[in-house]
Structures are given as C-alpha cells and as structure tokens.
Design a protein around this ligand. Sequence first.
Ligand SMILES: Cc1cc2nc3c(=O)[nH]c(=O)nc-3n(C[C@H](O)[C@H](O)[C@H](O)COP(=O)(O)OP(=O)(O)OC[C@H]3O[C@@H](n4cnc5c(N)ncnc54)[C@H](O)[C@@H]3O)c2cc1C
Length: 420
Amino acid sequence: MKIAVVGAGISGITCAYLLCGKYKDVHIFEKEVRPGGGIYSIKFSESGKEHFIDLGFTLYNRKHYPNLVRLLDRLDIHSQETFKEICINYQSGRMGWSLGDNSIFFPKISSYFKPFNYKVLAGWLKIKRHADEFLEKRDMDKPLREHLDEIGVQKDIVKFFVKPLVEGLWTSIEKSEFEYYPAYYFYGLLRHLGLFEKSEQSKWRIVRGGSFRIISQMVSALINPIKYQTEVVNVVRNPNYVEVYTNKGEKEVFDAVVIAIPGIDALKILEKPSPSEELILGSFTYGECYVILHTDERFAVSKLFNERAWIIQVSEDDKSSPIVTWNLNRVQQLSLNTRLFLTFTTNPHLIPSDKVIHIIKRRFIKPTWKMLITQRRFGEINGVNRTYFCGDYWGWGTLEDSLSSALKVAQYFFKEQINF
Ligand SMILES: Cc1cc2nc3c(=O)[nH]c(=O)nc-3n(C[C@H](O)[C@H](O)[C@H](O)COP(=O)(O)OP(=O)(O)OC[C@H]3O[C@@H](n4cnc5c(N)ncnc54)[C@H](O)[C@@H]3O)c2cc1C
C-alpha cells in the first residue's frame, strides 16, 4: 500500500512513523523547509555554549499526556520537572494572583487583608468544585459566562480574574469571543494543564535538550525522506486510488491519504469534499498570533510577585487584551545569563526590534461549541474515501491531542488498538 501524509507536524510524523513499520511506501509532504510544525526549537549561543530554546510545544504533565509519556519512553528522551505557575498580574500593581498546584496564591502578606482576594479564592474554589460534574455532563454548548453565573461566581470575579485567565491561556481568543467561550472547553483545558490537582503526576515537565528532539528522532526512523517545500494543493479521491497535486505542478498516485494539517486547510485541499467533510472540517475556526522570542523584561515583571513562569499582564483599561509571556529561563530551566522571554501577541511591533531575537506567526484553534460537538464525529469522515484526518484540532489543541488522533488514524490501518 502506498500512503501519502500531508504535513510534517507531530501528527503527520507520528502517523508516518507508525505506518512505515508495516508499509514501506509512506511519503510525507511538507510545505515548509523544516518538519515539526508547532514543535520548533532554535539554537541560542552564549559564552561559546549552545542551548536549545523551544518556541512551540514546551509544557506537559504525566497525568494528562499518557501518549506523550509513552512516546518519550520509546524514544528514550528524558524530561525534567519545571515550575507550574500562571500569574495574573495587573500592571498597576493593584492586584494579582498566581495559580499552580491546586490553589491560588496571594503575592504578599498584605494581600491577606484585602477582601477582594478572598472573593477571587471563593470563585476559584467554586470553579474547581464544579469541574468534574460539568465535564461528566458533557454540556458542550453552555457558554462559560452563563455557567459561572449559574454557579454563583460573581460578575467582578469573572471580569477581573476568569476573563484574563481565559485570554491568557488561549491567546487566539478575542475580547468579544469570551461571551461564547464554552464552559466545557474551559474546564477541560484547566484539567489538561493539571491546575485542579496537586500530585506528582500533574507537575509540569519539559523535554530535556529541547522538544525538537522528539521530531528529529522520529524523522530519522522514517524510510522515505520528507518532501520539503512541497505544499499539497489538491487531493482528488477516486474509487481505487487518490491523486495528490503539489504546488510544484506534480501529481502522484496513492492508495490512501492522511491529512495532518489544520481542519480548515484540510477542507481547502479536498477536491469535492463530501457533505460530512464540509460540515465537520468547516466547523473548526482558527485565530493567529505572533510568538516573539525577545529580551524585553517589561511584560514579565510584576510589582507584586517575584519571578513567575507564565505571566498574564493585564492592563487597567478593559479595551486591550492581556499580554502573555513565558519567562523562558524559568520555564525551560535555562542556565543563561541572558534573560529570554516568549510573548504571544497579535501585535508584531509590541517589542522594540532591537530586543527581538526571533518572531513567528502561529495559528491556534478557536474553542467553540460547534467544534466540541463535531469532534465527536471523527469516525464519520475517517477511513472514508481512502482519506484520514489527524491533528490537534480533534481535542483541546495540545500535543497530546495530535498524538491521540494520529494513533486513532494508525488504528484504521492496523485494524487493532495500538500504542507507542
Ligand atoms: C508557540 C506554541 C506553544 C505551544 N505550547 C504547547 C505546550 O506547551 N503544550 C502543548 O501541549 N501544546 C503546545 N502547543 C501546541 C502543540 O505544539 C500543537 O498542538 C502541535 O504541535 C500540533 O501538531 P499537528 O501535527 O497537529 O499540527 P501542526 O504542528 O500545525 O503541523 C501541520 C504541518 O503541516 C504543514 N502543512 C500545512 N498545510 C500543508 C499543505 N497544504 N501541504 C503540506 N504541508 C502542509 C505545516 O507546515 C505543518 O508543518 C504550542 C503551540 C505553539 C504554536
């Protein structure tokens, strides 16, 4: 069997890695010059020593990333623990809270005398208490704001604490979209991040030596070289074969195609998509933001807290979105004198150019109730018309979702449950 895989992100590479054990004719097409997609590490040199900096996938925990844990074991890649902390910081120094293992932390002794902080704590405890029950109910279309109102989280807590948290966890959210943000996604993502628990298994971890090691090891195990700078522009399905057309004007014939690119793009390259494909793939929407590696400390400092790993800087005016920054020296445990930060923003000019080291534009899925409902219809379009779809959009938009969807696709070929 000859199989085409479109996209050399972790989901495409995982499919090819698993399938090439059974079929020798597996070929990956990648439009960029490198593999990895959302896994991207660059070299940073200081005092003659090289360090690998992750500008994409970085954090995971053992509890909610079981496939990744098994994959790292299989590839013999080591990981290490890092700080689990998300800090909501009001730039004025008026207020701020830090989330980590299971609870909220106040910044200073004086914070314990501020009644508003106790209201925030009470709101957080309510959210935690309702998480399991809500996720169990699988109520996909209930907006978060409505749900919080129902469980008695006060409006000012939603405004000053929950909203910045949502915007800081998922940068593609625009201000107005908070109104429709699904409660199910909110709870699911917080649980995925291990923020409702304090256990060894829920501690945050990073890949030692950079996440790109996952990609390079899997790529080196592939039989056929990846076709870089080769964008698939059209996929034509016939009863007995599939034709794949590229931007180079080439056509190749396969027995099956695995499409491992964002849902919205998958739909665009399908010639004559079925009504189910149109409906399902068309229900995933995306937002874009810039990911900037830089040395500008402004967005990582807090008048209230000492260093934190993940900082959500909230401005006093309600008009601009919070700015999200990862303090990389802390997140990635880098022993560098240079302080490096990764800021997620829709404004490419936010950081002065003399402080910018690297800038990339990235797409993130927008959580909507439509997406949550259609995700359940994976089986309706997979394995039909010689076509298979995988990628992080089949879940919460995390690396674990890419892996589990790739494993599900591989299962269609192996006709049995498989694991790493
Ligand atoms: C800055 C950043 C930080 C992140 N941090 C975390 C984190 O800490 N923890 C976590 O769990 N997740 C994180 N993620 C998410 C995680 O990286 C992604 O979920 C995962 O990498 C997605 O992999 P994928 O294979 O599904 O898709 P992608 O990585 O998007 O791969 C798709 C590939 O297909 C290629 N392609 C697209 N169209 C075509 C075409 N027509 N023809 C050929 N090739 C094509 C693309 O170039 C790309 O290489 C982060 C993502 C980003 C961007």
